[in-house]
Design a protein around this ligand. Sequence first.
Ligand SMILES: Nc1nc2c(ncn2[C@@H]2O[C@H](COP(=O)(O)OP(=O)(O)O)[C@@H](O)[C@H]2O)c(=O)[nH]1
Ligand SMILES: [Mg+2]
Length: 471
Amino acid sequence: MVFTSLADGVMSSVESAASGVSAALFDRPLRLGVTGLARSGKTVFITSLVANLLDRARMLQLNAAREGRIEAAFLQPQPDDTVPRFDYENHLAALTGPSPHWPDSTRAVSELRLSLKVRPAGLLSGWQGPRTLHLDIVDYPGEWLLDLALLDKSYAEWSQDVLARIANRPQAQAFLAANTQAVPVGTHDEPQAQALAAAFTEYLNAARAAGFYDCTPGRFLLPGDLAGSPALTFAPLPPEPGAPRGSLWREMERRFEAYKAKVVKPFFRDHFARIDRQVVLVDALSAIHSGPQAMEDLRHAMADILSAFKPGRNHFLTRLLGGKRVEKILFAATKADHLHHAQHEAMTAIIEALTREAQDRARFAGAETEALAMASLRTTTEEMRPHNGSELPCVRGTLLESGKQAAFYPGALPEDPAQLLTPARQGAESWLEGDYQAMAFAPAPLTLKHGSGPPHIRLDRAAEFLIGDAL
Ligand SMILES: Nc1nc2c(ncn2[C@@H]2O[C@H](COP(=O)(O)OP(=O)(O)O)[C@@H](O)[C@H]2O)c(=O)[nH]1
Ligand SMILES: [Mg+2]
């Protein structure tokens, strides 16, 4: 009796000290959103995170794992019956099988529930039995967040914006030619609408491949089961205020509105609004390799993506979220195994600078933020190689294209990220200090020791920031 009330007393004081947060966390599942632009590394991140939470020998920076408080981890059926399950087993088999390869790219939202049975830390550990944290991991394309900006625009405004932005892009010339041929006030004709939408989609894909990130509507690139539907069959047309009913312009306008109502809003309502913690993955090294314009474009995309986390300016989102907000946001530069650890600090500074605007906004909105450089799956080993009388910090791995072993040095990353971001902001054509190299490595064949997940770099730090306080 005495013991119970003592325990209760300690419990409630500890709970109130933590302002009820930790107690609330255990009572409901924690939703972790994983996003980033295409090929930023979402699939590999989730696969390795789950594998390393199931087998935790490489997760020493995750306090609960190091302290041995995670008694069990297991996959469970997810709560949302209509969302595709993240194909964990197949992705892991691809990465860790006898002939390891990268998993196929995913094209939509998917979800996985991992449950962790955890013994509480500190004072409570003696009295309380283990509790179960359900971690719902949601994978969704960052491109879909960029669509949020469409909600504030009319079809005419959106068209004008897009046409101005793409006027000088070589990738857009075929679409723009088709566009000038079209007669917006003429009667709507489905084959013509389809041809315009197809040309616009082709432009978006080419622009994306060329390193542009402002490629919305996001679902044009990743249509999933909406491919070919009217809500995805529109394109920007020059403003035509007097366009009559039944005209091409009015039909395109109707479809643009349908895209907002039937595609964008449901995504934010069904997925985005329920997220508690968020990781935003960024392939910064690729952008650096592509040059200053890609870098500047990436900075804009990051700021736009993150504007979703400061909903004040968007009425729809503000209403949707009520008072709810994402509690923590991690900005992670992925694929850090392309860099010797001597360069990781410089990479972290770059990702911090690159997402500064976004981070400031998120902080303002009450979320805790952090930036780090990590690799979900380490494919390389480090080595120093002699070069012009000194030594270059390199990494060595198997080249994806040729299957040959090679050592790689991407170039000297500046200690001060402004040396990259300033020329990018000023519209420089190329980097002053010469080029940065990119190289794609294949996953290395692995023999995983019992209890160990795949090798990574700072995945445990990422996990500690994202979920450590809930364990
Ligand atoms: N070296 C290395 N490459 C990675 C890593 N993560 C992702 N990649 C590369 O990036 C590609 C895209 O990753 P993926 O997870 O499919 O990206 P997603 O489109 O965001 O889901 C992969 O096919 C790999 O080539 C990593 O940790 N290390
Ligand atoms: Mg993916």
